[in-house]
Design a protein around this ligand. Structure first.
Ligand SMILES: [Ca+2]
Ligand SMILES: [Ca+2]
Ligand SMILES: [Ca+2]
Length: 475
């Protein structure tokens, strides 16, 4: 398969073709022949209605037309022979010949052909007009007809400040990447009528113009296309003007040019879409199928990137929009899929996927408030227990009534405070005791019983709090 290994575009096309191949008719691969995709070199989109001719051993040369995906297919070609493909894109696209294509001895050969859109040709929606040239068959339209056999012949005797000029209104605003000039003489004129000095001006609005290119072509440029890449004034271009400043032979009465082509790219929007999981419930160590659904109106989508753990880094790339993943631990995972288009733009969509462990207890830890229980007082002791769903802090306070405090001459009504923590979830068990100091005061006042106000509170890690108030009588 003679494909140029030099550019990433080739690799990208291969990836796109591989993705598309999955949708090719199953029966098509059984016969000998050649297939491939004719695509837009700048957007990656398939070019429907491209004419493809195989110039090989078969006579007459077979010709086919690409389908809606840009795919073409020749069957019944001689296996192992070598030939060339002549591809003419749909109206507005360039044409290209690919030589040295050798058919495999068995199976179907593949040759993809990317074509650039020629924004200057009226067949693709441009309009063109010139200030010079009325020779039948040699008018300015012949310079933008995407046909290198025809050309525009303009007068070489115009004033220097008003040279022959061809103004092209492009069908939309683009960033110009390349201009092609074929300066070859036309209309049976001498070879020296070929375009020599030229100037290319660009404009975004048709009113203000700036020079994007200026130069001179020599005899070596005749009979061929010269590719020129403007370094300035190439962005946001809607109008292109070619000025013919001289013929290569100063004595030539005409200045001829066969073709002006304008290549470039329009605006690009990133792919937009969604991602979904194949099942409602998903479990650890089970296959979870995810599917992205993206559209992109202005370019093809080349690959999908997947972030399974929400860390912002993509963990896997796929050519197609589906992937299968296995999570080993339970949790809610923030999944993001990125769709990368032919021009490099990235669109994303996200989904939270809940992964559960089917063998885990439904409620490993009781999700409830702390419990506080008391046994009956035993003398001056009050046995106390708490139960908590997580590590818990327990506080308690005994307060004398104002009347008792006065009677026993207590300095303050609070007789006791208490604070403890459990080490983990579970039970805590302590004894709350009436302090000795209070017991002495009671004896001194000859009191055998006392009733105190007890406030006890337990709060766990989740800030769930239980508080109880009660009167406790000690004897
Ligand atoms: Ca032409
Ligand atoms: Ca796009
Ligand atoms: Ca990741």
């Amino acid at each position: 398969m003679p494909m140029s290994p030099r550019t990433t575009v080739t690799a990208l096309l291969l990836a796109a073709a591989a993705a598309l191949a999955a949708t090719a008719p199953a029966g098509a691969v059984t016969s000998h022949g050649l297939n491939g995709y004719v695509t837009d070199a700048d957007t990656g989109l398939g070019l429907n209605g491209s004419s493809v001719t195989w110039n090989g051993t078969t006579s007459p040369a077979p010709q086919v037309t690409t389908d809606g995906t840009g795919r073409f297919l020749f069957t019944g070609l001689d296996p192992g022979t070598t030939g060339s493909l002549a591809v003419v894109g749909p109206a507005g696209w360039d044409r290209k010949s690919v030589g040295g294509v050798t058919l495999p001895a068995t199976d179907l050969g593949t040759q993809n052909v990317p074509l650039h859109r020629d924004w200057a040709t009226p067949a693709g929606g441009a309009s063109a007009s010139a200030n010079d040239g009325s020779v039948p068959g040699c008018a300015s339209a012949a310079a933008v007809d995407n046909d290198r056999a025809t050309g525009w012949s303009a007068s070489a005797t115009r004033p220097a400040d008003d040279p022959p000029a061809l103004t092209v209104t492009l069908p939309q605003t683009i960033d110009v990447r390349q201009l092609v000039l074929d300066p070859t003489s036309a209309c049976d004129h001498a070879a020296g009528a070929a375009l020599g000095r030229y100037r290319v001006q660009t404009s975004g609005d048709g009113a203000s113009w700036a020079t994007a290119l200026e130069g001179e072509l020599g005899a070596d440029a005749r009979g061929a296309a010269t590719m020129l890449s403007p370094a300035v004034n190439a962005g946001g271009v809607r109008y292109v003007r070619l000025q013919l400043l001289s013929a290569q032979d100063p004595a030539s009465p005409t200045i001829d040019v066969r073709e002006l082509q304008v290549f470039g790219v329009g605006p690009n929007q990133p792919p937009a879409g969604t991602v979904s999981a194949g099942a409602e419930r998903n479990y650890i160590k089970g296959i979870v199928r995810l599917r992205a659904s993206f559209t992109d109106a202005d370019s093809s989508i080349l690959r999908y990137l997947w972030d399974f753990d929400g860390d912002g880094r993509y963990d896997q790339a796929t050519n197609g929009p589906a992937v299968a993943h296995v999570w080993s631990g339970p949790g809610v995972y923030h999944v993001t899929v990125g769709a990368r288009d032919f021009r490099g733009a990235l669109g994303t969509a996200s989904l939270d996927v809940r992964i559960t462990d089917p063998s885990a207890l439904v409620e490993a830890v009781p999700q409830r408030k702390p419990l506080i229980t008391f046994d009956p007082p035993l003398g001056i002791d009050l046995p106390t227990r708490i139960a908590c769903a997580s590590k818990c802090t327990f506080t308690a306070k005994m307060v004398l009534t104002a009347r008792t405090a006065k009677r026993i001459h207590a300095k303050r009504r609070t007789a006791m405070t208490f604070k403890r923590s459990t080490v983990a979830a579970g039970l805590g068990s302590w004894t709350l005791t009436l302090p000795n100091a209070t017991v002495k005061l009671l004896r001194k006042a000859k009191l055998k019983t006392v009733t105190v106000r007890l406030t006890a509170s337990a709060v766990d890690r989740q800030k769930r709090r239980t508080t109880v108030h009660r009167w406790v009588k000690f004897r």
